[in-house]
Design a protein around this ligand. Structure first.
Ligand SMILES: [Zn+2]
Ligand SMILES: [Zn+2]
Length: 555
């Protein structure tokens, strides 16, 4: 009698981002992907969002291995935080393909985690890890060395596709290993956990190979400087920009820390071929005539500190944009980033730049397969059970419909949620009991709770502003000895400011008199009383809850 296999997604379902899946058999764990998400506009001042991995706390010894499908942040980015929190000295080995591991190494170095065992492995090589064994399967995506991972335990094999498309003419390297996928299908695949990102797009995704020729045409007819922005990890795209630049006789400058880092890693592993002498340093940009220059920049998602965003705000040390420059967005905004991208685009127009986005020209190809490719994956692997992953609820729903369309029994399709484990044993598959899942926030290097005080404060400040009230009281009897001071910032209100401030002063005096009558002399307590009274008064008047900071000074 075999045991139960649990497949527990801690992230990546009901959202696009922070992919992390726990596979558990006889209390042993294999972790597939350790990704993060970028914060949305409401998460003020938060740098990163991680999956809540409370489920793994205290269980680091049970983790046999971590396997990472590819080097994108939503699959790899949480690794340093998770390893540090779980205990880096007991960390399990981490497996992935060479580029993925090189990117992992660079992340771990930034967190001073130097003793983690990172194993670069080739597709097809079987790794034993406790009751599991696994192998990577080569896939095509918007980063080299992308893979699916096939995990086998005594009950059968689970295939987690990672992010993929079936690109028949990839820019570099072979097409996805369809014959290996078909072998899993022939041998009987237990469970398929597939990418749902583009389940809402009909047909097949265009090949990455369409982008290069289009870029060349555009480059050839552009007069001034060209700035191309794309994902720094999209090394094939960078290659195509470099090739197009070489063809029209332009030099290339790489701008943005992650762009330079990824191109270096990609070059050292042979994923990108940069012709001799074509690269110029960012500080040399002004030495070249406009028509001889292409700048490749980070910031395609409007990220706050990215190079392009800084250029758009005229705040970049090396590149000063001006009229006549053409900025090409060789990427589409990830859902949630549209606003930041639009804002960046508008700033560029304000400066006088030409802007070309994927709406104007086909200068981008998605890294995720469309509906027909999802069906192809299902038909190749012919899984008994299907659990769509990597998508919001809508896309998971659509992926489930595609599975039904190719003949998977509805009872065998599991539309999952973060924290909901699928339990499979010899008798069948069913949902297990819900485990804790959710988000945790990273602010700088620190990890916090969503209930985090700093975040709550920032939210309050952004919505309703702040009042600072300063009261000066007598050390002898606690009476108010000077007019209270009221300072406010960012408080939206309709009343006349002076009236409001006067009324708040009165409220403070009343509050202090009452406290003195009650013989309250403790400063902390006085500040608390002032806070509550002023907050109540302001709410009464403005129906808003600004932050109130009372300061009581004794003289
Ligand atoms: Zn992804
Ligand atoms: Zn990806």
């Amino acid at each position: 009698m075999s045991a139960t296999l649990r497949v527990l997604p801690l992230g990546g379902l009901g959202e696009i981002g922070k992919n992390m899946t726990v596979l558990e058999y006889e209390d042993r764990i294999l972790l597939a992907d350790v990704g993060l998400r970028f914060p949305t506009a409401e998460m003020l001042g938060i740098d990163l969002v991680l999956p809540d991995f409370a489920y793994l706390r205290g269980r680091v010894e049970d983790i046999e291995a971590i396997v990472v499908t590819h080097g994108h942040e939503d699959h790899l980015g949480a690794l340093p935080f998770v390893l540090r929190e779980l205990g880096a000295d007991q960390a399990p080995p981490v497996y992935g393909r060479p580029l993925t591991m090189a990117m992992a190494r660079s992340k771990l170095d930034e967190h001073r985690l130097r003793d983690i065992q990172l194993e670069g492995i080739a597709p097809g090589r079987r790794i034993e890890a406790g009751p599991f064994s696994f192998e990577l399967v080569h896939m095509t995506h918007s980063i080299p060395d992308a893979s699916a991972v096939a995990v086998t335990c005594p009950l059968g094999t689970v295939l987690i596709t990672g992010d993929y498309k079936f690109d028949q003419t990839p820019v570099d390297g072979p097409a996805a290993d369809m014959s290996r996928l078909a072998e899993f299908g022939r041998d009987g695949l237990l469970l398929l956990c597939g990418d749902s990102t583009n389940a809402d797009r009909a047909g097949f995704s265009p090949s990455e190979a369409i982008v290069g020729p289009r870029l060349k045409e555009l480059f050839a007819r552009t007069q001034g400087r060209i700035i191309v922005t794309c994902f720094a990890s999209n090394i094939h795209r960078v290659q195509q920009v470099v090739d197009a630049a070489a063809e029209v006789g332009r030099k290339v400058a790489l701008v943005g820390r992650s762009m330079r880092k990824n191109v270096n890693i990609g070059r050292s592993l042979g994923h990108i071929d940069v012709p001799e002498g074509i690269l110029v340093q960012p500080r040399e940009i002004d030495d070249w005539p406009d028509h001889q220059l292409v700048v490749i920049s980070t910031g395609s998602q409007g990220e706050p500190l990215s190079a392009l965003r800084r250029m758009a705000h005229r705040d970049h040390p090396a590149v000063e944009l001006r009229e006549g420059d053409t900025v090409m967005f060789s990427a589409t905004p990830i859902p949630g980033n549209e606003r930041a991208v639009n804002e960046t685009v508008d700033r560029l127009y304000e400066i006088g730049c030409e802007v070309i986005t994927t709406r104007d020209e086909p200068i981008h190809a998605s890294g995720h397969g469309y509906a027909e490719e999802i069906k192809l994956m299902l038909n190749l692997t012919r899984p008994r059970y299907v659990m769509p992953m990597h998508g919001d609820h809508k896309r998971i729903h659509l992926h489930a419909a595609l599975a039904r369309a190719v003949g998977v029994d509805d009872a065998n399709i599991f539309r999952g949620q973060n924290g909901l484990p699928l339990e499979i044993d010899a008798a069948g598959a069913r949902w297990g009991e819900r485990e804790r899942a959710g988000m945790i926030f990273v602010d700088g290097m620190d990890i916090g709770d969503p209930a985090d005080v700093a975040l709550r404060d920032r939210r309050m400040l952004s919505a309703d502003g702040i009042f600072v009230v300063v009261a000066t009281i007598s050390e002898q009897d606690g009476s108010s000895v000077a007019d209270p001071e009221v300072i406010m910032r960012g408080v939206p209100f309709r009343d006349e400011a002076d009236d409001l401030v006067d009324d708040i002063r009165d409220a403070i005096d009343t509050s202090l008199e009452k406290a003195a009558a009650d013989d309250v002399r403790e400063i902390d307590l006085l500040q608390q009383i002032l806070h509550d009274d002023v907050a109540a008064f302001v709410y009464d008047r403005l129906k808003r809850r600004p932050m109130v900071l009372p300061v009581v000074v004794e003289v």
